[in-house]
Design a protein around this ligand. Structure first.
Ligand SMILES: [Zn+2]
Ligand SMILES: [Zn+2]
Length: 325
């Protein structure tokens, strides 16, 4: 989900209010030694919140929506005080199938820089195969041999032709261009959403994830609506690691940590590094087990082995534009 910086407004405001409350309680210290008070108070605050969480958990008290806790940066963890149950037969917990590169047949990396959509042939190729042609001075698409030195206008023409023949990935890409207002496309959120709806219906999971993100954050002219966000993430969940990660965030926000960990584990196994960090944080604060974290870590490491190749390593060493993990 873009930068993955999804910060719910209520928890952050709650954290700020409690922090200001602590400063007010220590106003004398703050006026005398503002620097040291500001340095030490966050630790006091973190420990107090942690103890409160542990006490609430120990006593088995419940709070609607779980208890939200700030960890580091803009990472937010919600603490489950419910015992959410998981059904192993839930199709949303089925493993994801990663798409393969059409040339080397290795799984395509999750990272955007590790792959590229080619509007000439409508194929998604990995960074390794792209770089292999480039390093030998080749200026052709590695798949269909179309010149890759075409003007931007010509590339846009090719993209539009793919859109006209209902290529889901091309429709998705054009939606992204309307979202960002790049490549000569006018910035138009409504048009972007409408293209993503069309691409989603044709089987593009990334398009449904983007629509889910718009509802999750209340952007692109739509109202924030968690129910709809989840609905779109679920439509994308079978093929898109980001959709699984974001479903994890949705569950975390309402305190269903068991479900959240399950989603994060699946996404981590498809290269979603933020999912792995999320599980580590939940584990560090005692709401997931060491086994949960180790399982996710192993899945992530297995993914790295699966997608690694000498060709991709060479590409990544050449430029960050080809980074694939
Ligand atoms: Zn490849
Ligand atoms: Zn091509």
């Amino acid at each position: 989900m873009g930068s993955e910086a999804l910060v719910p407004v209520f928890p952050i405001s709650m954290c700020i209010v409690t922090f200001i409350g602590l400063i007010l309680l220590n106003i004398d210290n703050f006026l005398r030694q503002p620097f040291w008070t500001l340095v030490t108070l966050p630790f006091v605050w973190l420990m107090t919140m942690k103890l409160v969480c542990l006490l609430i958990k120990k006593m088995g008290w419940t709070m609607p929506g779980g208890f939200i806790f700030l960890s580091s940066g803009d990472e937010v963890i919600s603490w489950s005080l419910k015992t959410d149950t998981i059904s192993d037969t839930d199709p949303l917990f089925n493993p994801l199938q990663l798409e393969d590169c059409e040339i080397c047949f290795l799984s395509l990396p999750f990272l955007v820089s590790g792959k590229q959509y080619k509007s000439c042939c409508g194929k998604v190729l990995c960074s390794g195969c792209m770089y292999a042609v480039k390093k030998n001075g080749g200026k052709l698409c590695p798949f269909c041999r179309t010149s890759s030195t075409l003007s931007r206008e010509k590339k846009v023409d090719l993209l539009k032709k793919r859109v006209d023949v209902n290529d889901a990935a091309a429709i998705y890409v054009q939606g992204c261009h309307h979202d960002s207002g790049e490549y000569g496309f006018q910035q138009d959120c409504a048009k972007a959403l409408s293209l993503w709806h069309r691409a989603g219906k044709l089987g593009c999971s990334g398009a449904y994830t983007n629509i889910g993100n718009a509802y999750f954050k209340g952007e692109l002219g739509v109202e924030r609506n968690m129910r709809k966000a989840k609905q779109y993430y679920e439509l994308a969940a079978m093929e898109c690691p980001s959709a699984r990660h974001n479903l994890g965030l949705c569950e975390e926000l309402v305190g269903n940590v068991n479900r959240a960990v399950k989603y994060f584990t699946i996404a981590a196994g498809c290269g979603h590094g933020d999912s792995l960090k999320r599980i580590r944080n939940i584990y560090l604060f005692g709401y997931a087990t060491k086994v949960d974290y180790e399982k996710a870590l192993r899945a992530y490491q297995k993914y790295l082995i699966e997608i690694r190749s000498d060709q991709r390593d060479q590409a990544a060493a050449f430029s960050d534009d080809y980074r694939y993990y």
